[in-house]
Design a protein around this ligand. Structure first.
Ligand SMILES: NC(=O)c1ccc[n+]([C@@H]2O[C@H](COP(=O)([O-])OP(=O)(O)OC[C@H]3O[C@@H](n4cnc5c(N)ncnc54)[C@H](O)[C@@H]3O)[C@@H](O)[C@H]2O)c1
Ligand SMILES: [Zn+2]
Ligand SMILES: [Zn+2]
Length: 337
């Protein structure tokens, strides 16, 4: 079968690999749809690790249940990409995202567990969730990024009447904005350096307005304005605008990932007595809750999908998403095409 693997900085190769075989304790899945994630862009940009087959946001069909009795061939599923040890204090307390081992073998994020940029994959059976009747593969592929935003908003503890700024209008920012509104925020604003994405956040109904992060005057006018800020970019200007625009005594949730150090104005955090909280992934239960919310139509996520491509379109799609001027939000890959 064909897969897309990292070849070097900003380059992929499509290569032939052996099909994965069934194995006890692992579910063999035929992948139907795979999302391209903002985190994947960092790996592509740096070209590391060579050979990595990404795609940690996917939905597909069970080919073999690996001994998990409640799953049968043909069931439609998605899965957490995490790989927790199951024995440490973090795992035993339900915080598998704190487990020190959870990323080392994560699906689509490690060399030994290829993700959904190929038509078949194997994943730990305890990480698999069945998709409820009526839920599409597209919705299934969006569960993972939805759960990231859900976790961030849970950490922010958004209250009715809060004013919320989301810095960055990629999928993580948009789902965070969606959950902030759902939690009763009186005003949700998205700041963006890409006007197309800023405008789209308003058009999709997840933000009341957008701020142009490149407009220094507009940003300065909004200093000290928001109860809570969700930072969804992971770069120095974005973190500093978060510290500047949050109110005194406010909370900043850091979701954006940076591969290098960030130079942040710690004086803002000191003088304003800010609460800075990091957010990584989601709890197991939060992932399941997102499946329920999508299935019950409490939230609508299909609107974030702007394009679908096959394996041969993956490199161009990554380059477009990295450009900073892309029209797209969530691009799905059909690995059979
Ligand atoms: N903590 C986690 O668990 C977790 C999970 C998934 C993704 N992430 C990270 O979250 C970030 C967002 O993910 P995504 O998929 O939405 O990525 P994305 O690249 O699609 O979106 C980031 C957006 O930020 C905008 N931006 C850049 N600099 C800005 C600035 N100074 N002010 C305002 N906007 C700015 C970009 O134009 C882009 O639209 C990435 O860093 C990703 O690695 C973290
Ligand atoms: Zn992701
Ligand atoms: Zn553990």
């Amino acid at each position: 079968m064909k897969c897309v693997a990292i070849k070097g900085a900003k380059s992929f190769e499509i290569k032939e690999v052996e099909e994965p075989q069934k194995e006890e304790g692992k579910v063999l899945i035929e992948v139907k749809k795979t999302g391209i994630c903002g985190s994947d862009l960092h790996y592509f940009d740096l070209g590391m690790p060579i050979g990595l087959v990404m795609g940690h946001e996917y939905a597909g069909v069970v080919l073999d249940n690996g001994g998990r009795e409640d799953l049968k061939v043909g069931d439609r599923v998605t899965a957490l990409p995490l790989s927790p040890c199951g024995r440490c204090d973090a795992c035993l307390s339900g915080n598998i995202h704190y487990c020190a081992e959870t990323w080392a073998h994560a699906s689509g994020l490690s060399l030994d567990n290829p993700g959904g940029l190929e038509p078949m994959l194997k994943v730990r059976s305890d990480m698999v969730f069945k998709l409820p009747e009526g839920m599409s593969f597209e919705e299934g592929a969006l569960v993972e990024p939805t759960a990231v935003g859900y976790h961030a908003i849970n950490l922010a503890d958004v209250k009715v009447g809060d004013s919320i700024l989301v810095v960055g209008g990629g999928i993580i920012g948009l789902v965070s904005a969606m959950f902030a509104k759902k939690s009763g925020a009186s005003c949700v604003v998205v700041s963006e350096t890409n006007p197309k994405r800023g405008k789209l956040a308003v058009k999709l109904g997840v933000a009341d307005k957008w701020l142009n992060a490149l407009d220094k005057e507009e940003m300065a006018k909004n200093a000290d304005s928001f109860d809570k800020v969700i930072e969804c970019c992971g770069n120095t200007p974005a973190v500093n605008s978060s510290l500047s625009l949050v109110k005194r005594g406010g909370t900043v949730i850091l979701v954006g990932v940076s591969m290098g150090p960030i130079n942040f104005n710690s004086i803002d955090a000191v003088m304003k007595e800010l609460h800075l909280i990091g957010a990584i992934a989601y709890k197991y239960d939060e992932f399941g809750k997102c499946i329920d919310m999508i299935a019950n139509k409490e939230i609508e996520v299909l609107k974030f999908i702007t394009k679908e491509i096959g394996l041969d379109g993956v490199e161009d799609a990554y380059k477009d998403l990295l450009s900073g001027t892309s029209n797209e939000i969530k691009i799905l890959v059909d690995p059979h095409k």
